[in-house]
Design a protein around this ligand. Structure first.
Ligand SMILES: Cc1cc2nc3c(=O)[nH]c(=O)nc-3n(C[C@H](O)[C@H](O)[C@H](O)COP(=O)(O)OP(=O)(O)OC[C@H]3O[C@@H](n4cnc5c(N)ncnc54)[C@H](O)[C@@H]3O)c2cc1C
Length: 206
């Protein structure tokens, strides 16, 4: 298939899509609103089916260096009494581990792989998708630099993949009457503190 696939968004979804399509022999180009990718976020878990994809893409070794192969999920009361535990990843019998790691570190690992394999000249930062026109042969996408509001160019591709997150501009264009995502009202707080081991040797604080 001749022509490029335009991927909007350089988050975990967009970068993984870029690596997958490149691996399958397609030409891709990635567009991202921000002018620099920085390792933001909190801890997330890559479950075995996701690690399988990372393995296929050849980034599993890099992720295992920066993450933890999680052996167990365990809920405790504030007094340390166990409520529920279950094995995870390899210990649960999967062929791939569960990897717990920082979201930003995952994103930077994928970003580095994209730069190395696909090339920095195919990654356009400070390119916020402003709109697109589709026809029978492909799509023309328009971009702005959101810091200045200045036009940042148009790009023609065979297809456009919207990986622009929960507030997707593309989804808003496709479903203008849908409204924003609905919040269920729950706020979750996370924290990490050093402490003595309380369960397995792997709970030893750094
Ligand atoms: C606290 C928390 C914990 C989580 N834990 C887990 C977990 O344990 N396991 C798990 O699998 N998932 C977890 N998730 C969910 C996971 O983080 C998200 O599903 C995932 O990051 C979404 O990736 P994405 O690439 O779709 O979107 P994003 O990471 O939001 O990336 C979208 C990108 O598109 C860019 N963009 C937006 N609009 C435009 C535009 N118009 N033009 C160009 N670029 C644009 C943005 O700047 C951004 O870089 C968690 C989420 C949160 C908030």
């Amino acid at each position: 298939m001749a022509g490029e696939i335009l991927i909007v968004g350089a988050g975990i979804g967009g970068l993984t899509t870029a690596l997958s399509l490149h691996d399958a022999g397609h030409q891709v180009r990635v567009f991202e609103t921000v002018d620099a990718i920085r390792p933001l976020g909190v801890g997330i878990n890559l479950l075995p089916h996701a690690v399988r994809e990372m393995d296929e893409l050849g980034v599993r070794p890099a992720l295992e260096k920066v993450g933890i192969a999680t052996a167990e999920l365990s809920y405790h009361t504030t007094r340390g009494e166990r409520i529920w535990s279950e094995p995870r990843g390899l210990e649960a019998g999967y062929r791939w581990p569960q990897i717990s790691l920082h979201r930003g570190v995952l994103q930077m690992t994928l970003f580095d792989a994209v730069l190395e394999r696909i090339g920095a000249d195919r990654v356009h930062l400070a390119h916020h998708l402003d709109g697109y026109d589709a026809d029978d042969h492909g799509v023309t996408a328009r971009f702005v630099d959101r810091r200045t509001g200045a036009h940042a160019g148009t790009h023609r591709g065979l297809a456009l993949v919207a990986a622009d997150g929960i507030h997707s501009a593309v989804r808003a264009l496709l479903y203008p009457d849908e409204g924003g995502p609905k919040w269920n009202g729950a706020v979750m707080w996370r924290g990490v503190v050093p402490g003595p081991p309380f369960h397995r040797s792997s709970t030893v604080a750094p």
